[in-house]
Design a binder for this molecule. Structure first.
Ligand SMILES: [Zn+2]
Length: 391
């Protein structure tokens, strides 16, 4: 940290740090010919500035203009130093709530909430910038609130995060091959939410209709038909009176199966697939080959345990209003979404290549790398300071 009374040596150390940092930076002036491109050696560190000298000023040698490292990023407007902000974000995306993060990071609650909002919105914008015309072979609809009663140490970060909140439902449309979350909705579990969930998948995908799977919740069939059905031609009945309302028919390529679980003593004894749309034989064959069948078997949670939730103070606390709580959860989920798709390699996505010594060498991948949306694993800093190019 650079202080106003820093010694000459401390300032030199800092300059050295900045010389490394400029490699990650690009010029933020749109009219500059090196705008948005890093690693070209055109950026130099000038000095510290602002209240408490917490902000860094850089200069682009191509256009001769200066810019703040934070300008155009959600870091702008925060006095807190960047390292601390990144650590707060790390803490939040690892599934810690605001209160825990406040305690661990020794930052006040208001700052954590502000970080959550600014960076949650940023992550959403970056995700949406990259997520379009997505090709998805399989889409699995999942309801995440059912996960929250798993033993604490078996919870993934996303599940932990959801468990922090009360009576809320999170639905995802999940690509079971590349592990990309293509649609995410939060709120009360109702028909409207399922509509948004299914519509969300349609919005970001290309013309290919993925193979859909879900649990037995009745709204899925209706909403999948709404978004992926084709209008049936009206047939004149010849009779008088009101014309028959045209019905939607499933698109010939539409395949949708429900997962039917049979329970025995609170445990899944059998998993069966009920083909709703599409050829039954063909549908079952597809599912057998797909990673979805394995995933469903392993991600099961004992439903009986859901009743325990009432006894858990943390889960049933209702101190915040529903909308306020939803907003907090949405921000935290989006923070997670950014980190999940760009930064953290997914265990199930590593590819093993046979090495010379007879062993396998593993290449790590994030969901967006696996999907070909980006060609590398990003650092959290890169993601946080990514400037979305103007349209
Ligand atoms: Zn420039």
């Amino acid at each position: 940290m650079w202080k106003w009374n820093a010694t000459h040596e401390e300032k030199e150390d800092y300059r050295e740090l900045m010389r490394k940092k400029v490699e990650e930076l690009s010029c933020s002036h749109e009219e500059c010919e090196d705008y948005g491109e890093n690693g070209k050696g055109n950026i130099v560190f000038v000095r510290k500035y602002g209240a408490g000298e917490t902000q860094n000023l850089f200069k682009c040698k191509t256009c001769n203009k200066t810019f703040s490292w934070r300008k155009g990023t959600p870091l702008f407007g925060f006095i807190l130093n960047e390292e601390k902000i990144l650590n707060v974000i790390m803490c939040l995306v690892e599934g810690n709530g605001i209160r825990t993060t406040t305690r661990i990071m020794n930052v006040d609650k208001e700052t954590v909430t502000r970080i959550l909002k600014a960076f949650g919105e940023h992550m959403k914008a970056v995700y949406e910038y990259f997520m379009h015309d997505y090709h998805m072979e399989e889409c699995q609809f999942d309801e995440l609130w059912t996960f929250i009663r798993k033993k604490e140490n078996n919870l993934s970060e996303l599940e932990k995060l959801i468990a922090e909140f009360g009576d809320m439902w999170v639905g995802i449309g999940f690509d079971s091959i590349n592990k990309v979350i293509a649609s995410l909705v939060v709120g009360k579990r109702n028909e409207e939410l399922i509509d948004k969930l299914v519509g969300g998948v349609k919005k970001v995908t290309d013309n290919h209709i993925p193979l859909f799977t879900s649990d037995g919740l009745r709204w899925y069939e209706k909403k999948i038909l709404k978004h992926y059905g084709i209008q049936e031609k009206t047939v004149r009945t010849g009779k008088r009176g009101r014309p028959v309302k045209p019905k939607k028919m499933p698109h010939p390529d539409l395949k949708y199966a429900q997962v039917v679980k049979q329970y025995k003593k609170g445990k899944v004894a059998k998993v069966e697939f009920k083909v709703v749309f599409g050829n039954e034989k063909e549908g079952k064959k597809l599912i057998e080959k797909s990673p979805v069948s394995k995933h469903i078997n392993t991600s099961f949670v004992e439903r009986n345990n859901l009743t325990l939730r009432e006894n858990n103070g943390r889960l049933s606390r209702k101190t915040l209003s529903f909308s306020k709580e939803t907003e907090g959860l949405v921000n935290q989920l989006w923070l997670f979404m950014g980190y999940y798709h760009f930064v953290r390699p997914h265990g199930g996505l590593a590819i093993g290549v046979d090495a010379e010594n007879g062993r396998k060498r593993w290449t790590k991948r994030t969901p967006f790398k696996a999907a070909g949306i980006t060609n590398r694993i990003w650092t959290l800093r890169e993601l946080v300071t990514f400037r979305i190019p103007p349209k």
